[in-house]
Design a protein around this ligand. Structure first.
Ligand SMILES: [Zn+2]
Length: 330
């Protein structure tokens, strides 16, 4: 199955794969997705399992092996030359291990070694899921054509990854760009990570909903109190709902301004469910960004919505496996 949006434009003029494919895995707290991906980012075969996140580590790995088993059984598997894995983090790419917060059965789990037991001697590239999203948006999405970008996912959590000097910048362990856990409020609320005032603690979907509820917003009858419901209320003119999104936007703006000032990103791409709120988020975000990104070299940073949807993790894992982000010529 080819995914809508994953290959709406041709990739580089010189498709680097020469007919070769990579096997991509996107491992999260709720699902384990796999695909065979070609050099233009098209998904040629897919497999999906729910993540048995509450089970022991061997059971989770068995689900990964099932996904891989479906891919290795595909006739196109003979063209696969590498494996790319994007995993919920933290990951440790230098050791090939993962410790996803939402999968307690995996702590220092030797994922790369276990995947190799299924796939044989193919090279395996492991990155954090935020880094994979950055690779995907740079290859096929909104960051295409930018040499310096921060790509973020704002959803149940907040994550991200960097493209710097035209290349993916995963950092030594594959976690660089994890903007959700930089502090933008020195004495702010305690974050589950142990720090205070993290971007995620202020800007994630659950925190947008929690803050709105605390300030008197109520969902309509039969409606769940989600960030999506808060966004709908904000669009309808509810000031408490709008204020909760504005506060999230302020936290994101401070984080983006810090990134622009530190490494001169030209663009920040924002995806994930919270970004689906559209202008309810992006309008106050642009306003706050003007207040925080003040220095001449940082003030031009642009903010764009992500273009890739739920396949971004797979496309990004594939991009990383193809040997770094492929330079776009768009
Ligand atoms: Zn934190």
């Amino acid at each position: 199955m080819q995914s809508e949006g994953a290959a709406v434009r041709p990739a580089t003029a010189e498709a680097p794969s020469g007919g070769r494919l990579v096997a991509a895995l996107d491992i999260g707290g709720t699902k384990i997705a796999g695909a065979l991906v070609d050099g233009e980012g098209r998904l040629l075969a897919r497999s999906l399992r729910p993540t048995p996140a509450a089970q022991d580590g061997a059971t989770v790995m068995a689900a990964v092996a099932e996904v891989l088993g479906e891919l290795t059984a595909d006739p196109a598997w003979v063209r696969v030359t590498a494996v790319g894995i994007g995993s919920a983090g933290p990951v440790d790419a230098s050791h090939g291990t993962v410790s996803p917060v939402n999968v307690p059965g995996w702590r220092g789990f030797p994922l790369v070694e276990r995947v190799r037991e299924v796939t044989g001697p193919l090279p395996v590239t492991l990155t954090g899921d935020g880094v994979a999203i950055a690779a995907a948006e740079h290859w096929q999405g909104a960051a295409r054509g930018y040499d310096n970008a921060l790509c973020m996912v704002v959803s149940t959590g907040v994550g991200g990854g960097f493209v710097l000097n035209g290349a993916l910048h995963p950092g030594p362990t594959g976690n660089a760009g994890h903007i959700g856990h930089i502090s933008v409020d020195l004495d702010g609320p305690l974050c589950p990570c142990g720090a205070r005032g993290c971007v995620e603690r202020l800007a994630s979907g659950p925190n947008i909903a929690r803050r709105a509820l605390e300030n008197g917003w109520r969902p309509q009858a039969g409606q769940e109190p989600t960030a999506e419901a808060v966004a709908a209320a904000a669009r309808a003119g509810d000031p408490v709902a709008a204020a909760s999104f504005a506060r999230a936007a302020q936290a994101l703006a401070a984080g983006i301004a810090a990134a622009a000032t530190l490494v001169e990103i030209e663009v920040a791409v924002i995806g994930g469910g919270v970004a689906g709120a559209g202008e309810v988020l992006f309008a106050p975000l642009r306003d706050h960004l003007r207040a925080y990104a003040t220095l001449s070299f940082a003030s031009g940073v642009r903010v764009l919505p992500a273009q890739l949807g739920t396949d971004a993790g797979l496309v990004g894992a594939a991009a990383a496996a193809f040997g770094g982000v492929l330079r776009a010529r768009g």
